[in-house]
Design a protein. Structure first.
Lengths: 222, 482
């Protein structure tokens, strides 16, 4: 089917890039490349969303996923020394089984979903939004009115995620070499220098002598 | 403001949320020596929540939060029981947890948030809130399984639980999205309305239904989606196993009711999911009971027993009648009480650095502590379904509901497998009463635990002698709600 309008041409271009990038995410040898392809995939899917007139979601995807999540992800990938060869072991031996299951799943779903259930007749295209319609405003209104209960629940789930992450990772290690700035700033003179009073020592002539030659000279001297 | 009125049906949840947040902050200012304060505050919160649930209960269903939250009699009963069971769970696990360095603020706040998740699931009238509650509960449980960081076994269990739980959530969500595609609504009452009017895409609906049932099967731990249950029961710290194996079953039952009986409760659809539940029930009873015989680890054995009990519970659901649903609810209530008692005894026998999880640890318990051996005997008899105990009536009621829809053969299979199951429950009784003890340690639990465990064990007998009130109450609660 040839693209009929500029919009559908854009859609096909974006989709092609998206599928290519998504495939490269799992096939790229270098994890940094894989992460960068994931950034590309996010950017193109943001483009598709904007085409669907979901501008806010598109921009949020770029800001949140590309801007924050993927940058963190890249940091982690660069800092950890991941042995990819070990991860890839057994890929080819598992592939036939995995591919068969995936093929069956996809074809089963396609059989059911490719019927006329979700075509343009059953699910007609919604009317174009009126001038001055704000996607962001509408989303905000829905979130804080109709969907306020699930919205608050999502906040609780995030709180639990924080509590759980801290409970699982924070623990006092015995030999940790961490620094406490408050403790550092409160340092006193006595903590740094310890003045010890002790009687002065007189150098004993024979005390430091160790070699035989010196011992001999020491015997000769008197 | 009209979006959140009336607010009062949600007072228990709001109270729980506020108090959980408060405890989270207060706990920062408490030193390890005074951690008991956090514990007391947590118990007070749960008590308050139970009281509020009781005070805000009402016979007629009330919808609020724009139709996303429902407060009906079934929800009230299940929420009240959830709070009471969590109180007992915390009381039983207190000594165990403090001996293992887990007596920390996070343990209590995560328990409270998990309870909140269960309550949200129980009162969900919208697929979105139902899923949110499920995630809230699961997230807390994943973290709690892994709370003992240095134990390799619990870390592995947490990992398995997390991966399989995520898979199950994915299945459930996919099914929900298909149901949305078929009916055009996420609200459970609305979906039920469309289903009754025949205003939906039939093939897509059934497609979604399959995924929803698979997801529910995972969460219930019914065969063939049961693989996670034994590993998690065995690997998790026993206190957390007790939590996983008790109160969440109420929530799981509630979402089965909301999704299958309420949203997809139309006769045509009931015929569709009955087939699937039938297979799941028979396989659960068979594999659960047969595999449990071979276990030497009591926690693992109880996990397989949980699988078989879930199979029994499904018998009531698959009958598709109000009496059937009521009998399933009765079964769940009884099962949770039994599992509470059984794990309570395991926790009681465990000491600092010693896990009483092997069957050999129960040898000669009667000579060491005759009273606890007797309580365990009551619980085991009840699980096996020996007549004077309440477990017998629970089984009888679900079998009755299956016979009423004409599935005689299914009732016969269920009876055969429950006879097979009786073997491993009675083996524990034999070990406790007729074998020589391996240690002479005499247990000295606190008064709190002694009293609660005694009530718990004796409830098996008392409810068994007079099962009628609870039975009728469960059926009435379901009738008023569905």
């Amino acid at each position: 089917m040839l693209p009929s309008t500029f919009q559908s041409l854009l859609f096909y271009v974006f989709s092609a890039i998206l599928i290519f990038a998504a495939l490269r995410v799992i096939t790229a040898q270098n994890p940094v490349h894989a992460a960068l392809f994931l950034v590309l995939a996010f950017c193109t899917s943001a483009g598709i969303w904007i085409q669907l007139e979901a501008e806010f979601l598109g921009i949020a995807l770029v800001l949140v996923y590309v801007g924050a999540v993927m940058v963190l992800f890249l940091f982690v990938v660069m800092m950890l020394d991941i042995n990819l060869l070990k991860l890839r072991e057994g890929f080819w031996s598992h592939l036939p089984m995995g591919a068969l299951v995936a093929f069956l799943l996809v074809s089963e779903m396609a059989l059911i979903l490719s019927g006329s259930y979700f075509d343009l007749l059953a699910m007609p295209k919604p009317d174009a939004a009126p001038v001055g319609y704000s996607n962001t405003k509408e989303l905000g209104r829905l979130l804080y009115t109709d969907y306020v209960y699930p919205f608050e629940l999502a906040a609780v789930i995030l709180l639990v995620a924080i509590v759980a992450a801290i409970a699982l990772t924070l623990r006092r290690r015995k030999h940790a070499k961490s620094i406490d700035p408050a403790w550092q700033a409160g340092v006193r003179k006595e903590d740094r220098v310890r003045v010890v009073t002790m009687p002065s020592e007189v150098e004993q002539p024979s005390a430091l002598v160790t070699t035989e030659a010196e011992q001999k000279t020491a015997e000769v001297r008197p | 403001m009209e979006y959140i009125t009336p607010l009062w049906p949600a007072y228990p949840e709001l109270f729980l949320l506020v108090m959980a947040g408060l405890i989270l902050i207060l706990d920062l200012f408490i030193s390890d020596d005074h951690r008991v304060f956090t514990y007391a505050l947590t118990q007070f919160t749960l008590l308050g929540c139970a009281a509020l649930t009781f005070l805000t209960s009402n016979a007629e269903p009330i919808y609020t939060f724009n139709g996303m939250f429902v407060d009906d009699l079934m929800a009230d009963v299940l929420k009240l029981l959830t709070c009471v069971v969590v109180i007992a769970v915390l009381a039983y696990s207190r000594a165990y947890v403090s001996a293992r360095g887990m007596f920390r603020g996070e343990f209590f706040t995560l328990t409270l948030f998990a309870t909140l998740g269960m309550m949200v699931m129980i009162s969900a009238n919208h697929l979105l809130t139902l899923y949110m509650g499920l995630e809230l509960l699961s997230l807390c449980l994943y973290a709690m399984v892994a709370l003992q960081r240095d134990s390799l076994q619990s870390t592995e269990a947490a990992m398995k639980y997390f991966v399989l739980g995520a898979l199950a959530s994915g299945m459930l969500l996919y099914g929900m999205s298909m149901i949305y595609g078929a009916t055009g609504s996420l609200e459970i009452t609305e979906i039920a309305q469309r289903a009754a009017d025949g205003d939906y895409l039939s093939a897509v609906m059934v497609f979604g239904l399959v995924f929803v049932v698979a997801g529910l099967g995972f969460k219930l731990g019914a065969v063939p989606f049961h693989m996670w249950v034994p590993d998690i029961y065995q690997g998790a710290p026993t206190a957390v196993t007790l939590l996983i194996g008790s109160a969440p079953k109420f929530a799981a039952f509630a979402i089965v009711m909301r999704l299958l009986a309420q949203a997809l409760g139309d006769d045509i659809l009931v015929d569709q999911w009955r087939q699937m539940l039938l297979i799941m029930a028979v396989l659960s009873m068979a594999i659960g009971n047969l595999t449990a015989i071979m276990q030497t680890n009591l926690k693992r054995m109880l996990a397989y027993s949980a699988i078989s009990h879930m199979g029994f519970m499904l018998l009531g659901v698959l009958s598709g009648t109000t009496e059937g649903y009521g009998s399933s609810m009765f079964y769940v209530v009884v099962y949770v009480l039994m599992s509470l008692g059984a794990f309570g005894v395991i926790l009681l026998l465990s000491r600092d650095g010693f896990e009483a999880e092997n069957l050999d640890d129960y040898k000669g318990l009667n000579q060491r502590n005759p009273w606890y051996a007797f309580l365990m005997l009551l619980v085991m008899f009840s699980m096996a379904g020996v007549p004077p105990m309440v477990g017998f009536y629970a089984k009888l009621l679900v079998l009755q509901s299956v016979v009423e829809i004409g599935l005689w053969w299914l009732a016969v299979i269920a009876v055969i497998f429950s006879l097979v199951g009786a073997f491993y429950y009675l083996r524990i009784v034999k070990l406790m009463y007729f074998d020589e003890p391996q240690t002479q340690v005499v247990l000295k639990p606190t008064f709190e635990v002694r009293a609660l465990l005694s009530v718990n064990g004796l409830a098996m007998l008392i409810l068994g002698i007079a099962p009628q009130p609870l039975m009728v109450f469960c059926i009435e609660a379901v009738r008023a709600s569905i």
